[in-house]
Design a protein around this ligand. Structure first.
Ligand code: B12
Ligand code: SF4
Length: 377
């Protein structure tokens, strides 16, 4: 897509229980910032399903989405799929087509990577496995689907899944900042479509609107059989400088942000030099409380990881919970959200006392030398 073709209008949507839509914020930063495609985020806020209460969109909500796509002249609808959102996505595609919407529909994310063929639901045009920046770029450029890595498409009535390729793994230093803004994006909340305002963010991000989700790397060193992660290759990470620029930009434009929630799968995998530099600059240039997930085996006695995990001396939080210390600038205690929970059994959560870990009898040595990409152990 080039700036000369302004007719393309992409909506990146997802169904979540809150408005913390990191995946489409990151991807939207790329489609808008690097590809020049007008991009709007659409957060469909729905409680997670429970027994007897499936996640579903009612006809009124579907009509609202359809009206919005028509009114805005949207040409492409991209969906970030977690498994929980798959069925409502399938129904939505069916309903949008029944209502006559003719734009391009594509799905990507965790579920599309796990089950690519299934994710190319009836009525949708494409699904994307693996990192999602390059396939839409090539689609916008009009490339032959057969040549687009990770693309799932139809040929003569059959579903074809092109293999994921290293070409999809962009240099994170070249990635534009994720979209993080008020009033331009949309939220479907309580059956009503409205701007994703600061007020909506305040009530529906789980952290009183004070938290910013940051991701500095993609991938993980492990290869757990049950893992759903999208990026299967060796870890790649942005430079400390790129990460700092992103945080400082957020601080400049969003004084309400008082916490950085680091979402990397394995933030501490790698050289102490990267972490040391990040800590030093974070403390002197940012100084906000933070949350980070720790895989304990990356800590060796005396290493930066251990110091962070045991005492967190280099940041303005007393523990890894993101809960402010008494006297911290924030007077409000953020309610506990999924951010404080471990996203996998392998990562430790703040509920495990960190000090106990330090006295653990065994300290397995780290198996990698970061940022050299060494692949899964
Ligand atoms: C950050 C995070 C969150 C955040 C933000 C969610 C988000 N993704 O926007 C929060 C805290 C809100 C969250 C919540 C939950 N999460 Co979560 N989360 C993650 C985590 C750690 C990172 C995701 C991320 O943003 N990565 C950075 C981005 C840039 O990478 P990405 O998501 O892979 O996106 C890229 C590609 O997938 C692709 N892509 C993405 N969307 C699209 C769309 C299109 C159209 C295209 C073409 C491409 C594309 O392009 C992107 C750029 O390359 C992942 C683990 C992981 N590594 O994936 C778990 C993970 C996604 N979470 C998971 C789960 C289970 C949950 C919860 C249900 C947990 C719970 N029980 O409460 C909740 C609820 C979610 C909901 N439905 O409401 C599972 C999902 C499993 C599955 N099969 O669906 C994961 C995989 C963790 C795990 N290993 O189990 N999560
Ligand atoms: S540690 Fe987590 S992200 Fe890494 S492979 Fe295992 S489950 Fe996946």
């Amino acid at each position: 897509m080039s700036p000369e073709s302004p007719s393309r209008h992409l909506v990146l949507a997802t169904i979540q229980e809150d408005v913390r839509v990191l995946s489409i914020r990151v991807l939207g930063g790329y489609t808008e910032g690097a590809l020049g495609v007008r991009t709007i985020l659409l957060c469909i806020v729905k409680p997670l399903p429970t027994e007897g209460n499936p996640l579903a969109l009612n006809p009124r909500e579907v009509r609202q989405i359809h009206g919005f796509l028509e009114r805005e002249g949207v040409t492409h609808l991209g969906f970030y799929l977690m498994t929980a959102g798959f069925k409502p996505f399938r129904q939505l595609v069916k309903d949008l087509r029944a209502l006559g919407w003719r734009g391009v529909i594509l799905a990507g994310g965790v579920h599309a990577t796990l089950l690519p063929e299934e994710s190319l639901v009836e009525g949708a045009d494409f699904a994307v496995q693996g990192p999602g920046e390059i396939p839409p770029k090539k689609l916008f450029e009009g490339a032959d689907p057969a040549t687009i890595p990770g693309l799932v498409w139809r040929k003569d009535g059959a579903v074809v899944a092109n293999p994921v390729s290293p070409e999809q793994r962009i240099d994170l230093d070249t990635a534009p900042f994720p979209l993080f803004r008020y009033d331009r994006d949309r939220v479907l909340l309580g059956g009503k479509l409205k701007p994703l305002s600061r007020r909506v963010h305040f009530y529906h991000d789980g952290w009183n609107g004070e938290s910013y989700d940051l991701i500095t790397s993609r991938g993980c060193l492990y290869n757990c059989a049950y893992c759903c992660r999208v990026d299967k290759g060796p870890i790649r990470r942005m430079s400390v400088d790129r990460a700092m620029r992103e945080i400082l930009e957020v601080r400049k434009n969003h004084p309400e942000i008082r916490q950085i929630n680091i979402q990397d799968d394995v933030f501490f995998a790698g050289s102490d030099e990267w972490v040391e530099e990040f800590c030093r600059r974070y403390k002197s240039e940012v100084g906000l409380r933070f949350i980070v997930r720790v895989i304990p085996r990356f800590g060796t006695p005396g290493s930066t990881t251990s110091r962070w995990a045991c005492r967190a001396p280099t940041a303005s939080t007393s523990r890894f919970t993101g809960v402010p210390r008494p006297g911290n600038r924030s007077s409000r205690r953020p309610r506990r959200s999924s951010a404080t929970r471990s996203t996998s059994p392998s990562t430790s959560s703040s509920t495990i006392p960190m000090r106990r870990r330090r006295t653990s009898a065994t300290w397995p040595r780290r198996s990698t030398n970061f940022p050299a990409a060494t692949g899964t152990p």
